[in-house]
Design a protein around this ligand. Structure first.
Ligand SMILES: Cc1cc2nc3c(=O)[nH]c(=O)nc-3n(C[C@H](O)[C@H](O)[C@H](O)COP(=O)(O)OP(=O)(O)OC[C@H]3O[C@@H](n4cnc5c(N)ncnc54)[C@H](O)[C@@H]3O)c2cc1C
Length: 310
C-alpha cells in the first residue's frame, strides 16, 4: 500500500484524495483551513457551480491562454465523467442557463458533504487546520511532508494548494513555493477572470450600475489606441467598474497592458453593435430614432385630452 499525502482540500485535492483512496492507497489529506472546499463553496454564488454541460471543444475555446493544453486531461476525465461519478455517489445535479451545472439542492454544502462521505468510505484521513510548510526530497524522490504540527513520511505527495486568488479561502500561493523548491519553474503570476475597476465619472456616478449589455464587443486598447484583445460576450456595469463574461475574459489583458504601458489607467472600448459596419450602424440608428419619434408622436396624440365642445 502506497502512502500518499494530498496537500490542500479544495476541488482538486478532494478529487485527488478520493481517487487515490479508491485505487487502494493510504491517503492523508492535509488542509490548512478549518474546513475543506471553501473556495468551491463560494462558486456559483454559494450554490457550487460544479461544471458546464458544454462539449470539450467549447471548454478549450473558453479557457483563457493555451486551452489546447487541456485536451489530454479532458480526454482522460471529462465533465461527463465527473457528473457520472457524482451521480454514482448519490449527488443529484441540474443544468441551468449557459449549461452551468449545479447540485439539485442548490447547496454547496451538499457537494462538500458528499466528498466527506466518500473520503470516509476510502479511509482517507482528513487533517484540518494543518498547514504544510515544506516537502522533503531524498535521492530525487519526495519522501515526506512537514506541517506546523508533524512530519509525515510518504511515497508521493500531490500539491493541490490552488492559486493565489481569494486568500481568505486558504489559497495563498503556497504551492508555487513548494513546486519551486522541488525545482519547477514558476512563470510570472497574473490575475485573470476578475472584474475590472474604473474611476471614470460615468461609472462612479452609478448611473449605469446594473445595466447589462448582451453580446457586445469589449476591447482592451494599447497605448496607440489599437486593440490588444477583443471579446464578444455579455457584460455588466457595476458600482465599481465592469463585470460579466466579457470583462472577466479581458481582465488579464488589462493587467498586461498596465505593465506594458507602466500605468494603472488602461483604455477600453465597447462596441454595442459589433455585427454592423459604419454604414449599417448609421441606418440602424436612423431607423431606431424615427421609430422612437413615431412612438412619441403616437403617445402624444393619445395623451391629449379630448377637445371640449364650446
Ligand atoms: C468568487 C469565485 C467564483 C468562482 N466561480 C467559479 C465557477 O462558477 N465555476 C468554476 O468552475 N470555477 C469557479 N471559480 C474557480 C474555482 O473556485 C477554482 O478554480 C477552484 O476552487 C480551484 O480548486 P483548487 O482545488 O485548485 O484550489 P482551491 O479551491 O483554492 O483549494 C486549495 C486548498 O489548498 C489549501 N491550502 C493552501 N495552502 C496550503 C498549505 N500550505 N497546506 C495545506 N493546505 C493548503 C487551501 O486552504 C484550499 O483549501 C470561482 C472562484 C472564485 C474565487
Amino acid at each position: 500500500m502506497k502512502q500518499i499525502i494530498v496537500i490542500g482540500g479544495g476541488a482538486a485535492g478532494l478529487m485527488a484524495a478520493v481517487i487515490a483512496g479508491r485505487e487502494g492507497a493510504r491517503v492523508i489529506l492535509l488542509e490548512k483551513m478549518n474546513m475543506v472546499g471553501k473556495k468551491m463553496g463560494i462558486t456559483g454564488k454559494g450554490r457550487c457551480n460544479i461544471t458546464n454541460s458544454a462539449d470539450m471543444a467549447e471548454f478549450i475555446k473558453n479557457t483563457p491562454g493555451n486551452g489546447k493544453f487541456l485536451y489530454g486531461a479532458y480526454e482522460r476525465f471529462s465533465n461527463e465523467d465527473l457528473l457520472d461519478l457524482l451521480h454514482s455517489w448519490g449527488l443529484k445535479t441540474k443544468v441551468e442557463r449557459g449549461g452551468r451545472v449545479f447540485p439539485e439542492s442548490d447547496s454547496a454544502l451538499e457537494v462538500r458533504n458528499t466528498f466527506m462521505k466518500i473520503l470516509k468510505k476510502y479511509n482517507v484521513q482528513v487533517h484540518l487546520n494543518e498547514p504544510v510548510t515544506s516537502i522533503t526530497v531524498k535521492d530525487n524522490r519526495v519522501v515526506g511532508v512537514t506541517t506546523d504540527k508533524e512530519q509525515y513520511a510518504c511515497d508521493a505527495a500531490i500539491i493541490c494548494t490552488g492559486g493565489a486568488s481569494y486568500p481568505l479561502t486558504g489559497s495563498t500561493g503556497d504551492g508555487y513555493k513548494f513546486a519551486q523548491d522541488l525545482g519547477h519553474t514558476i512563470t510570472e503570476l497574473f490575475p485573470t477572470e476578475v472584474p475590472i475597476t474604473s474611476a471614470e465619472p460615468f461609472i462612479k456616478s452609478n448611473r449605469l450600475k446594473g445595466l447589462s449589455l448582451k453580446d457586445v464587443e469589449l476591447s482592451v486598447l494599447k497605448k496607440n489606441g489599437k486593440k490588444r484583445i477583443s471579446h464578444q460576450m455579455d457584460m455588466l456595469f457595476t458600482h465599481f467598474g465592469i463585470s460579466g463574461p466579457a470583462a472577466l475574459r479581458c481582465s488579464q489583458f488589462v493587467y498586461k497592458e498596465q505593465k506594458n504601458q507602466k500605468t494603472q489607467h488602461i483604455s477600453m472600448a465597447i462596441d454595442a453593435f459589433p455585427e454592423l459596419n459604419h454604414e449599417q450602424l448609421k441606418q440602424h440608428i436612423t431607423s431606431l430614432s424615427s421609430s422612437e419619434q413615431r412612438m412619441a408622436k403616437d403617445n402624444d396624440s393619445k395623451e391629449k385630452p379630448p377637445m371640449q365642445k364650446l
